[in-house]
Design a protein around this ligand. Structure first.
Ligand SMILES: [Zn+2]
Length: 262
């Protein structure tokens, strides 16, 4: 197995930089999880983690906007829709500072708030080698129209892995039912160290054990790459209120179903 740098263990998928290589048989560290309590929407503490920080903003879109900006806007909208649906204890978590410390900070903040569920919101890009150059508003810019779509990540190191996977599947199903397709490229060899094991090939749930925000949180946790902002058409879609509402409604429906089943 290749040596993995510390930074590689800490960062979310492509948009954040350097991810770890695929581990075929990494065993989950056993941490006993308390039995989940019955879910009462009004009291169910959902943390919507805004991926990255204003300072370390993640990916840059094809039109030179920051991923952090996309994440913040979408997380706020999802928060409003969840609250309207009765999930009154939903909170949007914005973290500051440099990339690596912010990952520990956000997990610690979610744990301190005794979160029942953490959903981390991100927008996707591609490995640098796939970037192509173009000009946008007079500035040299980068894009890749080759891939697109959303994706969902869970960690087997999360103490509530099964619940996390269950929610990821529900959300994947809701997105699919709304006509959206997941990003299937994460299984391809060309993704190199970003390659991931696909746990659900119907709705696009991948395994990413090392993600700090998933593995260090005490509650169930899922990371959503809502869509690609390096793909020029998809960036426009992700910027549209229609797509943002579609995703927010998918999250709200999935959370309702998840809560009911508990
Ligand atoms: Zn990100």
């Amino acid at each position: 197995m290749l040596a993995v740098s510390l930074a590689a263990l800490l960062l979310p998928s492509i948009d954040a930089g350097r991810a770890a290589p695929v581990r075929k048989v990494a065993k989950a560290r056993f941490r006993p999880a308390p039995a989940p309590e019955k879910c009462e929407p009004r009291k169910f503490r959902i943390i919507l983690d805004v991926g990255h920080t204003a300072e370390a903003y993640g990916a840059t879109s094809a039109r030179n906007d920051t991923e952090f900006g996309f994440n913040l806007l979408l997380a706020k909208l999802i928060g409003e829709r969840l609250k309207s649906a009765g999930f009154a204890a939903t909170r949007v978590l914005v973290t500051d500072g440099k990339a690596r410390p912010s990952l520990f900070k956000r997990a610690a903040a979610a744990n301190a708030a005794r979160a029942d569920f953490v959903l981390s919101i991100h927008h996707d890009s591609v490995p640098d080698k796939l970037l192509e150059e173009w000009e946008f508003e007079g500035a040299k810019s980068y894009f890749s129209d080759r891939f697109g779509g959303h994706s969902l990540f869970v960690s087997e190191r999360n103490p509530h892995f099964r619940a996390s996977l269950a929610f990821a599947r529900l959300l994947g199903k809701e997105l699919k039912q709304r006509g959206l397709q997941y990003a299937s490229q994460y299984t391809l060899p060309l993704m190199g160290r970003y390659r991931r094991q696909l746990l659900d090939k119907d709705v696009g749930v991948y395994r990413f054990d090392e993600l700090i925000v998933l593995s260090r949180t005490n509650s169930a946790a899922v990371l959503l790459e809502a869509g690609s902002i390096i793909n020029r058409d998809e960036e426009m879609a992700m910027n549209s209120p229609e797509r943002q509402e579609l995703i927010a409604s998918a999250v709200t429906a999935a959370m309702g179903e998840f809560c009911e089943r508990r």
